[in-house]
Design a protein around this ligand. Sequence first.
Ligand code: DGL
Length: 291
Amino acid sequence: MAIARAPAKRLAVITRAPDILVFDSGLGGLTVLAEAQKLRAGARYRYAADDAVFPYGEMAGEKLVTRVGRVLAPLIAARAPDVLIIACNTASTLVLPVLRAAHPDIPIVGTVPAIKPAAQASRSRMISVLATPGTAARDYTRGLIESFAGHCRVTLVGSPNLAGLAEVFMRGGGADEAAIAREIAPCFVERDGRRTDHIVLACTHYPLLLDIFRRLAPWEVEWVDSAPAIARRADALLHGGGIAAGAGAPQGPGEAWFTSGHAPDAALLRLLARFNLVPPRAVAPLFPLKD
Ligand code: DGL
């Protein structure tokens, strides 16, 4: 006897514009937002920067976890994003489990150093990881090196100043090339006739300086940025939630939140406009959130 099968349940396809919230300590996360915008032109983007306490690079672990939770909780409550992207390696290497436990209904994508693809692609088997001091010191990063780069000589560089230099550059303050050259110099290593051929950009601020890095590099290397992969992951999670690829239509400007509560100056407004962002009309009562 034939057994009647229940019709397979189909996930309803949602065609409205998805809400994507991108978070970083400063402007570095814009490198990830730009990649997400390429994949989901019809989404509504919101950006949050914790500029009140920037940088995160040398913040103690527990303080960082508490801080990120405090900043994001009111934004998540107010805007209910369809996906949250933590566009910050320094935060992601610590806060993801805590955030996921606090917000089980929100898909959360983290940013972690692209050590695996760099190690796989390296021909000299000498790679460097250019990160903030926090990311360089984390067990998470060391675990990635052990798991995926055992066949390589890995130079881990925790730069205390690069994120700040990128932030100044993006806010129209110019690029201190001598300082930038000093920060990237330890990434270039020559040993036994081999030299570094891949450098992982393990902080979302660093791709903002990529043209300058290329110009200052003592030899040509591949600079490995995880932003496109993070954007693909966010896109896949939206698909998984039934939000179709072409959902939505090109949107008006999205909101860019700054925890300092400072009104952006003209240079910052121009930068935000390049990413189709504007400051929200009302910042209070969410921000300022000083410490
Ligand atoms: N953009 C951040 C990252 O990816 C951190 C910059 C900072 O606050 O030090 O690690």
